[in-house]
Design a binder for this molecule. Structure first.
Ligand code: 5AD
Length: 361
């Protein structure tokens, strides 16, 4: 076996190295990748881990994304929208826990109107001391994005999921008359003065390691403030979840299919840290679900510097099932907060102060 191509940082990380390390499975050799990612994380963004309180404000969605459990076509989902006052309580809790950022996520739900969101943002701004507000509400029209920025939103998350155009079209069907172009929305968000975040899923059926190497090269050229990377977790009540089950049963996988494992996701995370040394990279919930024992720790030790503790009230939280969490025991927000602080202390990491925007190490 020939020697592994050397790991570099930013522009000195070669395409050849990215492709090689994405496919590396030897745990001993992988130590080199983990160490490089951890060292780069420490050098560029420090030991502080930024905590962001996540509120899942609605599980309604107009989209038919074939991977997602809250897709419009899933009739088995009981739908909810969080009342404004409950949202305000969550915001207060976020401040109480000392989380610098409040993240509001939902399906692409036009029942959450532009006006409703604008009002909620203004109330959060005037009634609470949250340092930063992040939105993750799907592909909303320009006017709304502009109004929300004006009303006090600082950041917006929109993963491009995969840069493989034909795969993206398969997993993310367009709405009638509206071609999905997330790259152009991300550019628009930046023009509007948002800090923009993006990301991908790892191990989507039909996604190759070569295509993930493309994704990482795109991250390198993109100037994103945050990059979220999680494994694809098959949801049985979705078309892609069913395809995953069939392919697994039949061993019917394309050449170079990327794995949706915790290990494969860590390789992508670590390489992304090297490619974009100063980005904010979360140790995602999906990663921690792929390996309940090690996922979160690995996420933090292999490139991650952000954690997004869930502060959604348990009642709604259990209905926000983008991937299967049926077996998960949802701890209270208080318990989650205590657990994360303990974990960070045990890893010798500190809790980030303030909003934790990029470069705020
Ligand atoms: N598995 C993993 N990630 C998922 N997401 C949605 N559904 C799934 C799933 N089944 C991710 C997508 C989306 C983000 C909010 O959650 O990447 O952008």
């Amino acid at each position: 076996m020939s020697a592994a191509p050397p790991l570099g940082v930013a522009d000195s990380l070669t395409r050849e190295a990215i492709e090689h390390w994405l496919r590396e499975t030897d745990e001993t050799r992988l130590q080199e990748l983990w160490a490089a990612a951890d060292e780069t994380r420490r050098r560029y963004v420090g030991d502080a881990v930024h905590l962001r309180g996540l509120v899942e404000i609605s599980n309604y969605c107009v989209r038919g994304c074939t991977y997602c459990g809250i897709r419009a076509g899933n009739r088995g989902v009981e739908r909810y929208r969080i009342p404004e006052d409950v949202l305000l309580e969550c915001a207060h809790k976020t401040v109480e826990f000392g989380y610098g950022t409040l993240v509001l996520q939902s399906g692409e739900d036009y029942g959450i109107t532009g006006e409703w969101m604008t009002r909620a943002l203004r109330r959060i701004r005037s009634e609470t001391a949250v340092s930063a507000i992040t939105l993750s509400l799907g592909e909303r029209p320009d006017e709304e994005l502009a109004a929300w920025r004006e009303a006090g939103a600082d950041r917006y998350l929109l993963r491009f999921e995969t840069s493989d155009e034909s795969l993206y079209r398969r997993i993310h069907p367009d709405l009638p008359g509206r071609v999905s172009d997330r790259m152009s929305i991300l550019r628009r968000l930046q023009e509007l003065g948002y800090e923009a975040g993006t990301g991908i899923m790892v191990g989507i059926p039909g996604q190759t390691y070569a295509s993930i190497a493309d994704d990482i090269e795109i991250f390198r050229g993109m100037d994103m403030d945050m990059i979220g990377i999680g494994p694809y977790l098959p949801h049985p009540a979705t078309p892609l979840g069913q395809e995953f089950a069939r392919r697994t049963a039949e061993g019917d996988w394309p050449d170079d299919q990327a794995a949706n494992t915790e290990l494969a996701t860590c390789r992508v995370l670590a390489l992304t840290r090297l490619a974009r040394p100063d980005s904010n990279l979360p140790a995602t919930t999906a990663l921690s679900l792929a390996d309940k024992a090690g996922g979160r720790v690995h996420g933090l030790q292999r490139g991650g510097n952000v954690v997004m503790p869930n502060v959604t009230p348990p009642e709604q939280r259990e209905l926000y099932e983008i991937y299967p969490e049926k077996a998960a025991v949802h701890e209270t927000a208080e318990a989650v907060n205590a657990g994360i602080r303990q974990l960070l202390a045990s890893l010798g990491r500190t809790v980030g102060a303030g909003a934790g925007g990029r470069g705020a190490a």
